[in-house]
Design a protein around this ligand. Sequence first.
Ligand SMILES: Cc1cc2nc3c(=O)[nH]c(=O)nc-3n(C[C@H](O)[C@H](O)[C@H](O)COP(=O)(O)OP(=O)(O)OC[C@H]3O[C@@H](n4cnc5c(N)ncnc54)[C@H](O)[C@@H]3O)c2cc1C
Length: 351
Amino acid sequence: MPDLIVIGAGLSGLALARAAAGRGAEVVVLEARARIGGRVLSHRTEAGAYDLGPAWVWPAIQPRIARAVHAAGLALIEQAEAGGFIYQDQAGRTQRLPHGFAQEPPSLRITGGIGALVEAVATGLAPGVVRLEHAVRRIALTGSGVAVAAETRSGPMTLHAARAALALPPRLIGGIEIAPALPPSVQAALAVVPGWMAGQAKALALYDRPFWRDAGLSGSAFSQAGPLGELHDASLPGAAEAALFGFFSWPPALRVARRAALPELIARQFGTLFGAEAGRPREVIIQDWATEPFTATEADHANGNAHPDYRPIALPAPWGERITLAGAEMAPEFGGYLEGALAAAEAAVIA
Ligand SMILES: Cc1cc2nc3c(=O)[nH]c(=O)nc-3n(C[C@H](O)[C@H](O)[C@H](O)COP(=O)(O)OP(=O)(O)OC[C@H]3O[C@@H](n4cnc5c(N)ncnc54)[C@H](O)[C@@H]3O)c2cc1C
């Protein structure tokens, strides 16, 4: 019987599994999706990896990310922000400003994408520890620990362990039957915690070259017209191609309703913001996290853009003696961020 079953193979669950295994625990990680990474996902081309989930880290103020990037031997890229900035008003009119908002400390990306960091953390786990396509549906407290039931391709399975750790957005815990049931006050406390960016979506446009730089533009823009609200250069240094990306300002319901037209609408918006050539991307890739059942719930569709003040939640006895909560939203600091995912893992392994 394993000592610990970690539910969720995002950065937090993988880091927790790795830390627990490092302390000699026998660990199993159950992951619902057919891939690791959770909200970390890249679009790959021959030139490299573009992040469709998190892209930025701030190692100057995020010690765990700094250590993990260093341990993985990964290089950092400064977000390209130099040059003119475009503002688009509600009527679609554009205005060129000399520069955008200075980021302090600067936002950095990771060569190979954030996925490279996740892969590096997972590589430290023994083969067979991470079990993909295991969607956990029930956790029961037993006399000696927990019984975790999951749906797999080959049918339902149950695994027993001394403890379980839930490393997923807190609202998703409501979709897992916990027996005996958590007190209503605890269920309610979990249900109000938004998954950070879980209701968001990103669009990536690929081009042959970063032509906007010829015009002295940074590739950054802010739009009140949509579909995209905040845009940036996503190009990979030295690559034989270039890219722009944007976060949607349109809410999830509108994105779904206009799904078929989105690539065309997005190309048109890029063209309006950065010139005719930007209106002819080689490819537009859209990743809508709000439609992913293992990231977002219906409640996350109404998430605002303001960063919530995340606080860790500990389950009361008897659940708390067997079930620990991890995941970025349970972080003691940097809640919601990748640094928070690591901080929550660190706190959970000590708990
Ligand atoms: C568009 C976007 C942009 C972002 N930008 C940034 C950024 O620039 N910088 C930053 O620091 N952070 C950013 N974030 C936040 C960042 O993605 C998260 O902090 C981090 O990925 C959370 O990791 P996690 O392991 O806690 O959760 P997740 O990555 O959500 O992992 C949870 C895992 O649990 C699995 N799971 C869910 N339910 C079950 C179940 N029932 N059974 C088994 N497995 C289950 C999921 O499939 C998933 O793999 C962004 C997020 C998004 C969506």
